[in-house]
Design a protein around this ligand. Structure first.
Ligand code: GUN
Ligand code: ZN
Length: 429
């Protein structure tokens, strides 16, 4: 399998320094227009200006933007059923919409159809890899892993642990959780491009025994990940304070159980104090910033620049279905606007880096995905710059720099501009 794709290659190795000018691509931004990207055995083999030998199958995408596939670092597969549900904040939203919808995934056929739909939609939005919440049901993990395997996707997930404060049909026990997790780990760990994430829904839905189990499992299985939520909403933080009166903070509950480390991703982290921020920095745990969710559920404003300056590792995520779109365009545009509300600027290169190389690094997968470079997996997308006669086409026509073009494209574009998706070199859309 030798495939060569021609187009305008763009990737961001490092985000620009604060003082960098944006009139020309700053160091760390690789803009390689009219280049050939050669793919062999699922990996990027070379990037060159010359046309390849005739033995290479050619795919001419001249004039299209070739980007690394986006990576979604926090998203809930079953929540396509509740996306855009009206009128509530987090705790009501969970009880009224989300928990009832997740119960349906107890049925293996529902989980299988839902997983296929979810992954096809991720691909249709240009995301080729993800860290995903399934449901509490073991079968939901099997469904997601097998759907990802069929599509060759880099997918990280694991059984959602929740043994209290959830309705019937959505609770496990610490014992069941251990047995199911060990079985799933044995069958799926290290298979193809799949990895296992111990998935604590959030502190309120796990007992002390289950939180302890999660810490033990994480320590006992190198290569596995941990995902959860933290400090998203003020009422949630207050509830955690009542449930865990002897812990210093919400984050402190996770810290006490050994859940914080360089393979841990915690969604949100809006309501953290100085001590929490130091703990995150020291443990190298990642906060997954989910701006459309934070706005939609009225959770609060995440201070991206502030947390980065604290030395905390960050990623960006859709958090569908609290978030309202799987689109990284929509996610990044919301991140920009949320920063703007706090008097800050996120340039287009920083935003693109976050959704690609930055998110890859947050999952310790920078050697595999997120950039266009020989040796990395050929997970990439071809995008049109605009539709004819659109506002975006007009705006691009008068832009005077790559940054101005890319910024308009990220703010005004969406998944309708996607024209090709390759996962490990195989075209999936
Ligand atoms: N906290 C606990 N569960 C959830 C969830 O499903 N979505 C969000 N946004 N926050 C949560
Ligand atoms: Zn979430």
């Amino acid at each position: 399998m030798k495939l060569a794709i021609r187009g305008d290659l763009l990737d961001v190795v490092t985000p620009p320094a604060a003082e960098a000018g944006l009139d020309h691509p700053p160091p760390g931004v690789r803009w390689r227009p009219a280049h050939w990207l050669l793919i062999e055995d699922g990996r990027i083999a070379a990037i060159q200006t010359e046309a390849p030998d005739p033995e290479w199958t050619r795919e001419d995408r001249s004039g299209q933007l070739i980007l690394p596939g986006f990576i979604d670092t926090h998203v809930h597969a079953p929540q396509l059923d509740v996306i855009a549900s009206y009128g509530t904040e987090l705790l009501d939203w969970l009880n009224r919409y989300t928990f009832p919808a997740e119960r349906a995934w107890a049925e293996p056929a529902v989980a299988a159809a839902g997983s296929a739909r979810f992954l096809d939609q991720l691909l249709a939005h240009g995301s080729t890899a993800a860290l995903v919440f399934p449901t509490v049901h073991k079968g939901s993990v099997d469904a997601l892993f097998s759907a990802a395997e069929q599509r060759g996707m880099r997918l990280i997930t694991g059984k959602c642990l929740m043994d209290r404060h959830a309705p019937d049909g959505l609770r496990d026990t610490a014992q069941d959780a251990e047995r199911d997790t060990l079985d799933l780990l044995q069958r799926w760990r290290g298979r193809g491009r799949l990895a296992y994430a111990h998935t604590v829904r959030f502190a309120p839905t796990s007992s002390e025994a289950q939180l302890a189990l999660a810490g033990e499992l994480l320590a006992a299985h190198p290569g596995s990940y941990l995902q959860t939520h933290v400090a998203e909403n003020r009422a949630e933080v207050q509830w955690v304070r009542e449930l865990f009166p002897s812990d210093r903070s919400y984050l402190g509950v996770y810290e006490r159980h050994g859940l914080l480390g360089p393979r841990s991703t915690l969604a949100h982290g809006i309501w953290l104090d100085e001590r929490d921020r130091a703990v995150l920095r020291d443990t190298q745990a990642v906060i997954a910033h989910s701006p459309t969710s934070n706005l939609f559920l009225g959770s609060g404003l995440f201070d991206w620049r502030g947390r980065a300056a604290d030395g905390i590792r960050l990623s960006v995520a859709s958090d569908v279905g609290g978030g309202v779109s799987l689109s990284m365009h929509k996610t990044l545009a919301a991140a920009y606007q949320m920063a703007a509300l706090q008097g800050q600027r996120l340039d287009a290169f920083t935003l693109l880096h976050a959704a690609t190389a930055g998110n890859a690094a947050s999952l310790n997968l920078g050697h595999e995905i997120g950039r266009l470079e020989p040796g990395l997996m050929a997970d990439l997308c071809a995008w049109r710059w605009s539709e004819p006669d659109s506002v975006l086409a007009h705006r691009l026509s008068i832009a005077s720099s790559l940054h101005e073009q890319l910024f308009a494209w990220l703010m005004l574009g969406d998944e309708r501009l996607l024209d090709g998706v390759w996962v490990a070199g195989i075209q999936r859309r």
